[in-house]
Design a protein around this ligand. Structure first.
Ligand code: SF4
Ligand code: SF4
Ligand code: SF4
Length: 258
């Protein structure tokens, strides 16, 4: 006799490196439990067996960079009851959003011998710029524990419990001496928690791969960096890395005088 139908999970890739999908595969023992709780119906990174939609939960990795993908994300949304974006590409346009500050035609001409064959949009945008998104999970790549929490919360019909504070709190929790007080610029005060403050634990500044925290004080952070000797260009380069098109980072990265 057939048991109760499990919620159908789909995982989608857009412009990205696959690192966030690998975080899901990296869940190891938890993946077995997950496979018991949901039907992994569409996950080409893991299996060529694909079950047709609609899907109960879609995890979307990657940014929207082509007209084809702009249409495809509409189809994904239409097939998904609940849609969660995972990673810096999907939530903030990713590294590829650096094109948004320049002319993409210049990049294409610099990289490809025959640029006339390249069909791309002028911008790399987060998924939320195209369709409604139910939850955004940050990080480059995402943290697998946070991902499991998001999926568990969906299954339990509750909100995910994901800390919204900065990396600084995680530094304090693990007892790391602040690198800023020793003269190393750090983006931790404005960066979303999730990594456990890995970089400061190895005596280097955070470079913001988890994107902006909920209420970042960009002005204070920028001033602190300048006081430590960072040039406007240093600040711009730090903010324009993984999450350059996230609104607080985007605004602050273009707001200083040389
Ligand atoms: S957010 Fe980072 S790890 Fe995830 S797909 Fe984009 S580039 Fe890869
Ligand atoms: S090292 Fe960076 S993240 Fe850690 S407390 Fe200092 S400023 Fe915050
Ligand atoms: S760059 Fe910042 S957010 Fe990313 S792993 Fe390092 S400390 Fe964590």
């Amino acid at each position: 006799m057939a048991g109760p139908q499990r919620p159908r999970l789909a995982v989608w890739k857009f412009a990205s490196c696959d690192g966030c999908q690998l975080s899901l595969l990296d869940c190891e023992d938890d993946l077995l439990a997950l496979a018991g709780a949901v039907e992994i119906a569409n996950f080409p990174e893991a299996s060529s067996a694909i079950v047709e939609g609609p899907y109960d939960l879609s995890l979307v990795e990657g940014s929207i960079t082509t007209l084809h993908d702009a249409r495809r994300i509409q189809e994904v949304r239409a097939q998904s009851k609940h849609l969660v974006t995972i990673g810096a590409c999907a939530t903030a346009g990713g590294i590829q959003a650096l094109r948004n500050f320049a002319d993409v035609a210049d990049f294409v001409a610099a990289v490809y011998a025959s640029p006339e064959y390249i069909d791309t949009l002028a911008t790399s945008m987060p998924v939320s710029a195209h369709v409604a998104v139910d939850y955004e999970l940050h990080g480059c790549p995402i943290n697998k524990v946070q991902l499991l929490e998001v999926i568990s919360a969906y299954l339990a019909h509750r909100k995910p419990v994901i800390a919204t504070h900065s990396v600084c709190i995680e530094c304090k929790q693990r007892g790391t001496v602040c690198v800023m007080v020793q003269g190393t610029p750090c983006l931790g005060p404005v960066t979303h928690a999730g990594c456990g403050a890995i970089c400061p634990a190895y005596r280097r500044g955070c470079y913001g791969c988890y994107g902006p925290m909920e209420t970042p004080n960009m002005q204070a952070l920028t001033k602190e960096w300048r006081d430590l000797g960072a040039s406007p260009r240093d600040v711009e380069r730090a903010l324009r890395t993984f999450n350059a098109w996230a609104e607080p980072f985007r605004q602050a990265s273009g707001s200083h005088d040389d």
